[in-house]
Design a protein around this ligand. Structure first.
Ligand code: NAG
Ligand code: NAG
Ligand code: NAG
Ligand code: NAG
Ligand code: NAG
Ligand code: NAG
Ligand code: NAG
Ligand code: NAG
Length: 425
């Protein structure tokens, strides 16, 4: 489970990958089952959560990285023949990382819900790790990229408040314990930035937290009063501000989109934002349908669940080929997809035994990749809709695990035109 095209295990984005895969299974597992993909999704998730269990040997120690990115970037080898040193990096009480600890707690809490119906011992184990990690994140505050500055070049964290709220929200869903709801209500006032839309990504979980807590407001808040109830309403209002920004015909529609309608936020890995946005809109659509909520009010205009669904479909259609390049950004899908994905396993022929530095001839090669990294979602196009299919163009051509997890979430939600939301518990 390397993070992207190279051979490093980065815990922070990997934990987000697992949390998204869990969320997808919890909301849309029935759809996955219909096409016989549920077990694959569960297996992929367990591969990651097994690793996290191993990476968390005691309550206040979490290994967040395997490999040294500087050494790794001096090599270009297949994972099967890698020869580089593999140092491990941890956070602990003297060098805390509330962001990575809380995201890993979110991953393990959400996964504990996934496994609860058929492997209760494993589910209980995950929940125990999750609670310990949340307590660690909560008691020893700090950004992991401050404690371990060498990660800044790769996955620099902009703050940990969003991960604390996200983890507490998942722990509330997984346990029903009042403590976690109280936490999001009280600490929420420091970190939640209510009412201000943000982009959902590996770094910022606020928009996801707002939609996830809307779930409680839609379906589970009958007996919740006082501060908690008010906070849940504020989270739902904030989720609505996010969704209103996404709908192209709303008066608060974001200008951050291409002429073709793709949500476009950054030259680096833009599709992460498009897919994550579409997923949130789709989940919110399903909460509306299931609760019988007929419309969403956006600054004077009313939108119905179908508008949210249609927005999500525009993002998927763009990604799969309805775009200026007439290209599918999902590798292995359609007739025309990127041939120069920045990915070692895909770019090196299967029997190659090149040494660390000789392997660079495969990065340098002008031939297309010999192997197809099926299911990878590359970074995606420029604002003007062009795409430079060139192997060392990492901002556009490198796939990531969280891109794929987000796309799995979105596509599994689109398998039916109307999904029924059920309880996680
Ligand atoms: C705590 O983590 C820091 C940062 O990774 C590391 O330098 C230090 O050795 C760790 N402390 C212990 C006791 O292992
Ligand atoms: C990482 O993020 C911190 C806090 O946002 C910032 O101060 C720092 O300059 C960033 N580092 C890099 C290398 O971008
Ligand atoms: C937005 O409004 C235009 C003009 O009324 C309409 O043609 C279009 O279908 C709407 N788009 C969406 C996504 O609803
Ligand atoms: C959205 O686009 C505006 C205008 O191009 C830009 O200033 C802003 O930084 C963008 N916002 C984000 C979050 O990318
Ligand atoms: C690959 O290209 C780089 C930059 O042009 C060059 O320094 C390096 O020697 C090349 N390596 C191989 C093995 O071809
Ligand atoms: C599209 O945008 C990229 C990045 O800004 C730029 O390099 C390229 O020249 C542009 N292409 C066209 C056709 O405008
Ligand atoms: C690939 O990109 C990296 C980072 O931008 C650069 O250091 C390296 O020289 C490039 N390699 C080639 C072969 O162009
Ligand atoms: C495409 O990306 C490669 C690698 O980053 C770069 O060397 C090349 O100049 C780019 N080509 C265009 C047309 O932008």
């Amino acid at each position: 489970m390397y993070d992207a095209g190279d051979l490093i295990k980065f815990g922070f984005p990997m934990a987000f990958t697992a949390t998204m895969l869990s969320w997808a299974i919890l909301e849309y597992g029935d759809n996955m089952k219909r096409i016989k993909e549920l077990e694959n999704a569960q297996d992929s998730l367990k591969w990651i959560t097994d690793y996290f269990i191993a990476a968390h040997p005691s309550p206040n120690v979490l290994y967040l990285q395997v490999g040294d990115p500087k050494l790794d970037h001096r090599c270009w080898q297949r994972p099967e023949t890698m020869t580089e040193k593999r140092p491990v990096t941890q956070i602990n009480t003297s060098h805390p990382g509330s962001d990575v600890a809380a995201e890993t707690a979110a991953a393990m809490a959400s996964a504990s819900l996934v496994f609860r119906p058929f492997d209760s011992a494993y589910s209980t184990l995950l929940l125990q790790h999750s609670k310990q990690l949340f307590a660690f994140a909560y008691s020893y505050r700090g950004c992991y990229s401050t404690s371990v500055p060498q990660v800044q070049e790769y996955y620099n964290s902009s703050g940990y408040g969003d991960e604390l709220l996200w983890a507490a929200s998942w722990l509330y869903h997984a346990t029903g314990e009042e403590f976690y709801l109280r936490y999001v209500a009280v600490e929420g006032s420091f970190y939640a930035n209510w009412g201000v839309p943000s982009w959902f990504s590996w770094d910022n979980k606020l928009a996801g937290t707002q939609v996830l807590l809307s779930r409680v407001n839609f379906f589970g808040s009958r007996n919740i009063q006082g501060t908690e109830n008010i906070a849940l309403q504020l989270y739902r209002k904030s989720a609505e501000a996010v969704i209103c920004g996404l709908l192209p015909n709303s008066s608060s529609a974001t200008v951050n989109r291409t002429e073709g309608g793709l949500i476009w936020v950054s030259e680096w890995n833009v599709l992460q934002y498009s897919v994550a946005s579409a997923f949130l809109a789709l989940v919110y659509r399903d909460y509306m349908l299931t609760s019988g909520t007929k419309s969403l009010y956006c600054d004077g205009d009313l939108f119905d669940p179908k508008d949210l669904h249609d927005f999500a479909v525009t993002q998927v259609d763009y990604i799969l080929g309805n775009n200026p390049m007439k290209m599918s950004y999902l590798i292995g899908y359609g007739e025309n997809f990127p041939q120069y994905v920045h990915h070692r396993g895909a770019s090196i022929p299967k029997d190659d035994e090149s040494s660390c530095s000789d392997g660079f001839r495969w990065l340098n090669s002008t031939n297309p990749n010999p192997n197809i990294v099926t299911g990878a979602l590359v970074g995606g196009p420029f604002l003007n809709g062009t795409y430079n299919d060139s192997r060392n163009n990492t901002m556009q051509c490198e796939p990531t695990t969280y891109n794929s997890a987000l796309l799995v979430s979105l596509l599994s939600g689109l398998l039916t035109s109307s999904s029924i939301v059920h309880s996680f518990l």
